[in-house]
Design a binder for this molecule. Structure first.
Ligand SMILES: NC(=O)c1ccc[n+]([C@@H]2O[C@H](COP(=O)([O-])OP(=O)(O)OC[C@H]3O[C@@H](n4cnc5c(N)ncnc54)[C@H](O)[C@@H]3O)[C@@H](O)[C@H]2O)c1
Length: 287
């Protein structure tokens, strides 16, 4: 249908922004003004990213810093974490690394102290994880508890430690869940349970701390990071074949989704989750 024809048929032509205005609407000009998409979205903000020594966390720290945030990177891997922070500083960004285990309350105090040296924290990206691949019957209780402590309790502790800042400054939290919150995969009972619980926690926190704080989750699918190092090539190929995109995602592509959810342009999105999986969740591999 042509633009002209559609505009006549449907006065609210979505291709014509002026058709949505009513003469009485005081915000009409504001609504139709093009958004400045090139402006950095985190200028003057302080962000904390966990699991930031590698993969999606490192890419997110770089992205937030490139868009103006002062970033505190937290991870148990000191050498790689220091290197990511140094790389950000070399690019002109503001970044500091803290060696920290996200399951440790005292470590969260150190993260919060370091972040507050930059200013009040406005963004928390809870992204660190651990996994031991074993079926439930072979998994020790200690392994189960460790995976939940890092993947789930780590998010709880981060919000607890930084909540006063986030509340005061209209902050945003992004939790890294996984497509395995919804779909089973052999050998991942604790991992999948923790990722599913993060989605429940996301909704709960959004309700509890809105309107001051927005809380959202990303659900990555196959993103090529160190997480895939121990996966046999055959299984990697199968995962890629099961995406609509027919490739692995890059950490930067997951970071872009996290940055979007943390940014002011996502101001009406909370308690929500964004799948970043190249279509993996919607592909039905068999007849
Ligand atoms: N890569 C994928 O395909 C994929 C898919 C779904 C979900 N995810 C999720 O994305 C997130 C990032 O994973 P990634 O793929 O970038 O993996 P990664 O292995 O590259 O990074 C994970 C980081 O977490 C750190 N970490 C581990 N235990 C920690 C602890 N106790 N305290 C602090 N840091 C700790 C590690 O040292 C590492 O730097 C995870 O939450 C993961 O579950 C990844």
């Amino acid at each position: 249908m042509s633009r002209a024809r559609r505009a006549i048929d449907d006065p609210a032509d979505p291709a014509d922004p002026t058709s949505l205005q009513s003469p009485e609407d005081p915000h009409a000009e504001e609504q139709t003004r093009p958004m400045n998409v090139t402006a950095p979205r985190f200028t003057g903000q302080v962000a904390v990213v966990t699991g930031a020594a590698s993969g999606i966390g490192a890419a997110t720290a770089r992205r937030l810093a490139a868009e103006g945030a002062s970033v505190v990177l937290a991870d148990i891997a000191a050498g790689p974490g220091e290197a990511v922070a140094a790389g950000i500083r070399e690019q002109g960004g503001a970044a500091a690394f803290v060696t920290a285990d996200v399951s440790s309350p005292p470590d969260w105090e150190r993260i919060a102290d370091r972040a507050r040296a930059y200013g009040a924290v406005g963004v928390l990206v809870s992204n660190a994880y651990t996994v031991e691949v074993l079926p439930a019957h072979a998994m020790t209780l200690a392994s189960w508890e460790r995976q939940l402590a890092v993947n789930l309790t780590g998010a709880f502790l981060g919000v607890k430690a930084l909540l006063p800042d986030l509340r005061e400054h209209g902050g945003a939290v992004v939790l890294t869940s996984s497509v395995h919150a919804h779909k089973g995969i052999p050998g991942h009972p604790a991992y999948a349970a923790s990722k599913g619980a993060l989605l429940s926690l996301c909704g709960q926190l959004a309700v509890e701390y809105g309107p001051e704080v927005r809380v959202n989750a990303v659900l990555p699918g196959p993103i090529l990071t160190a997480a895939w190092d121990r996966v046999p090539q055959e299984d990697r190929d199968r995962s890629v074949a099961e995406t609509a995109a027919r490739r692995f995602g890059r950490p930067e592509e997951a970071a872009a989704a996290i940055a979007f959810l943390a940014a002011p342009e996502a101001s009406y999105i909370t308690g929500s989750s964004l799948v970043v999986d190249g279509g993996w969740s919607v592909v039905k591999a068999s007849a």
